[in-house]
Design a protein around this ligand. Structure first.
Ligand code: TYD
Ligand code: MG
Length: 451
């Protein structure tokens, strides 16, 4: 059979070009042409094709798919209760953060519970995987290993052994014979992922794909990768600390933004059942610039310490830097603070950090960020045992956040005695041991913590 002729398709507009060019001739986008296999379907039969059968929605057998728990509670939480038959899960994260370790632990546990599992690795040899399994005391698991990077052979092996769960570590190392570009290129990643997904859907195999991330921290490869899979999980956390977080960014079978928390130990990743106290740093007594926030991660409230450092700027442009929180939002909040609470930071460098390498993207962190900044600027610690949450708007109002009651209860459970929260989140019945200060404007909040 003749080899299919490669052609080039624009990732922006879908226009085709017979050869690679720097600029798409159709939409003029730069560097958007990628190699793909030419479509082999002869178009001349199109008119003779039979219409496909249409099913009535009510007639489709749509029973709740049984879930296969992975045996790792924190991973199941992120997946929404376990793996669904035929689901494709993409797991991304920085190098060395623990993707291979987690998948090896999960597949070993699945194999032990009777599922047929195949672990395909293009990054490590079977020996290296076996060594790792021994370190993790998993060598007894009936897990099948395959060290292979050629897509056609991987597919043939999958077809022959028909596993219940298959891992491909990583999608960037796999290449298809049909394309001439190098493994890891956009065209290869897209084609290989599409073929593997087709196999998973047709055979009901659960497919776990490992994906690399780019320097900017986004999943490498084309955006279509995220579109064709059912679930995108993302490893977060500082490689210098032992805590790792797995977050669901997309999940067709469960809630997104659910967070699984792990600790990396010398025996692999261990789930952290009650992570609330994990992101609080240990101070003997309250220090200026620290404020504890109750954030909500999926269905779970989490206490995180936000730290701010405000220091006199020595350059004409004062610096605004944030780690784990959104940078642009910080600039906006500083403007609100000046305008509506009369606290000026224009001649100050402002640094903000969320302790423990956690990323917070909900606006409920606003109030905590501002109070930490005020505390650092005045060099006065906030009251002891204080928690804060609330969104701050441009008009200086403190807006309600979701699940206020749950956040307050979690704080009370961990021994916090005071809370500064939005007026609209004030509890109707008092919570034992927690004194609640409900505020309407940012100025009130700043006044409430001045002692
Ligand atoms: P790995 O799973 O290989 O990362 P990825 O596949 O995401 O690139 O993780 C390797 C890191 O984890 C490495 O830095 C060593 C550490 N590690 C432990 O601390 N304990 C262990 O038991 C294992 C297996 C790895
Ligand atoms: Mg790896």
């Amino acid at each position: 059979m003749a080899r299919p002729r490669p052609t080039h398709v624009c990732t922006e507009c879908g226009g085709e070009s017979p050869k690679w060019q720097g600029q798409c001739p159709h939409c003029n986008a730069w560097n958007s042409l990628v190699e793909t296999v030419a479509d082999k379907t002869p178009a001349r039969y199109a008119g003779l094709a039979e219409a496909s059968r249409v099913a009535k929605l009510a007639d489709v057998d749509a029973q709740e798919a049984p879930r296969r728990p992975t045996g790792i509670a924190e991973l199941d939480r992120v997946l929404g209760g376990g793996l669904v038959r035929g689901a494709v899960v993409l797991i991304g994260g920085d190098p060395g953060i623990g993707k291979s370790t987690l998948l090896l632990q999960a597949t070993a546990a699945l194999a032990q519970s009777g599922a047929k599992t195949l672990y395909t690795s293009g990054e490590e040899s079977a020996q290296q995987i076996a060594l790792r399994a021994r370190r993790l005391a998993l060598e007894a698991a009936p897990l099948e290993l395959l060290a292979e990077i050629q897509l056609e052979r991987i597919l043939a092996t999958l077809e022959a052994s028909r596993p219940d769960v298959a891992v491909v570590d990583s999608i960037q190392t796999v290449y298809s014979e049909a394309l001439t570009s190098a493994p890891g290129s956009v065209a290869q990643v897209r084609e290989c992922a599409a073929q593997l997904v087709r196999f998973a859907k047709a055979r009901g195999t659960v497919l776990l794909l490992v994906g690399h991330v780019t320097k900017e921290g986004a999943l490498a490869g084309p955006r279509v990768l995220e579109h064709i899979v059912d679930c995108v999980l993302y490893f977060e956390g500082d490689t210098h600390s032992s805590f790792r977080m797995v977050r669901a960014i997309k999940n067709r079978f469960g809630a997104v933004n659910e967070l699984g928390v792990f600790a990396m130990t010398d025996r692999g990743l261990r789930g952290v059942g009650n992570p609330s106290a994990m992101f609080l740093s240990q101070h003997g007594e309250p220090v200026p610039g620290a404020c504890v926030l109750v954030t909500q991660e999926g269905t779970r409230p989490l206490l995180v310490e936000v730290q701010a450092l405000v220091d006199t700027a020595h350059a004409p442009n004062a610096r605004r830097l944030s780690v784990g929180l959104e940078q642009n939002r910080l600039a906006m909040l500083l403007a609100v603070l000046h305008r509506h609470a009369g606290v000026a930071c224009f001649d100050q460098d402002v640094f903000v950090n969320a302790v423990g390498g956690v990323k917070i993207d909900e606006p409920a962190a606003d109030l905590a960020v501002l109070l930490a900044i005020v505390s650092s600027l005045r060099n006065r610690a906030l009251p002891d045992k204080l928690v804060v949450f609330g969104e701050v708007g441009l008009a200086g109002e403190v807006r309600a956040v979701q699940r206020g009651q749950e956040r307050l209860r979690e704080a009370a459970k961990l021994g916090f005695t005071r809370a500064v929260i939005p007026r609209a989140n004030a509890p109707k019945t008092p919570i034992a041991g927690l004194e609640v200060v409900a505020v309407e404007r940012i100025g009130d909040a700043v006044a409430a913590v001045r002692e």
